[in-house]
Design a binder for this molecule. Sequence first.
Ligand SMILES: Nc1ncnc2c1ncn2[C@@H]1O[C@H](COP(=O)(O)OP(=O)(O)OP(=O)(O)O)[C@@H](O)[C@H]1O
Ligand SMILES: [Mg+2]
Length: 320
Amino acid sequence: MNLLEIRNLSVDLPLEGTAIHALRRVNLLIQRGTIHGLIGESGCGKTMIAMSLLGLLPRGARIMAEQFVFDGMALSDVAGSLRGRRIALISQDPAAALNPVLTIRRQMDDVLRAHHALPRPARHAQAVEFLAATGLADPERVLRSYPHQLSGGMQQRVVIAQALATGADLLIADEPTTALDVTVGAQVLALLRQLVTERGLTILMITHDMDVVAEVCDSATVLYAGTSVEGGATAELLANPRHPYTRALLAALPDAAPRGGRLAAIEGRIPSPVETITGCIFAPRCMLARSGCTLTSPPTHLAGLQSWDCVIGEEADVDA
Ligand SMILES: Nc1ncnc2c1ncn2[C@@H]1O[C@H](COP(=O)(O)OP(=O)(O)OP(=O)(O)O)[C@@H](O)[C@H]1O
Ligand SMILES: [Mg+2]
């Protein structure tokens, strides 16, 4: 069952008489009770997709979509009411997400009061329960603390507890481990996996790290220059990438480089978001591009969980 179905989502932002094409016809399908990775280089539109879901696009943004459905409801109608109720954000910087001058007790209580009509003692019990659910050993002590009295990993657990306290069933984790050291980051990822298994939550995991996708995501969508180029089950995506960009991205990983060999860098530059693109957006940098690719998008097909991939890579394999 899909919790989220987005087809051909585009977002334009106004810029001095012209437009920034922040998203260009993005497709995204997320199955309920799974972790879905959103992977791509800086500026490819990961956060913009999160903001579209949360109804938090910058002023003047123009949003267009063929389909934008959350749990069977058209999101354009209900984005405002869903935000913070069915969809919650875990940002990359927990210190910035928490208010430095308020205790955790007050900040947990603010979230609980906003989302549930419960008497004070019940809210306290819930705060303790949600903090404990994120693996914090002494919730009562955490409740008495100010953010600066907690480590980065503990702060991120509090932010996750706040997300749980909203009652949301989709958590968007935007680079949730960037501000943490490797060990603590791995613990936070393990916690998110545990929450999916135990509470049936769904997580959209935004990352630029293919290892994060490989380790915790059931499925993933690869973004390039504001568009989705390929999506599907993680194992299939990593073992059998079809889109030339996904292949180049995987080939550029250190493990794929022969010992002493150079990393596979992709020649050329990412197109500017103000450019109008005809044909395939990756064509100018694609090793497999044919003359027609810059005129019209190459043929795509739908396979597996989701896939709107370029089929040229596959055809090249057959030809070889
Ligand atoms: N407030 C804004 N006003 C104008 N353009 C913006 C704004 N925010 C983002 N953009 C543009 O939208 C595009 C997508 O940006 P976005 O922040 O979603 O990328 P990202 O994938 O999250 O990058 P990063 O990995 O650096 O966080 C980029 O071209 C960016 O320049
Ligand atoms: Mg971002």
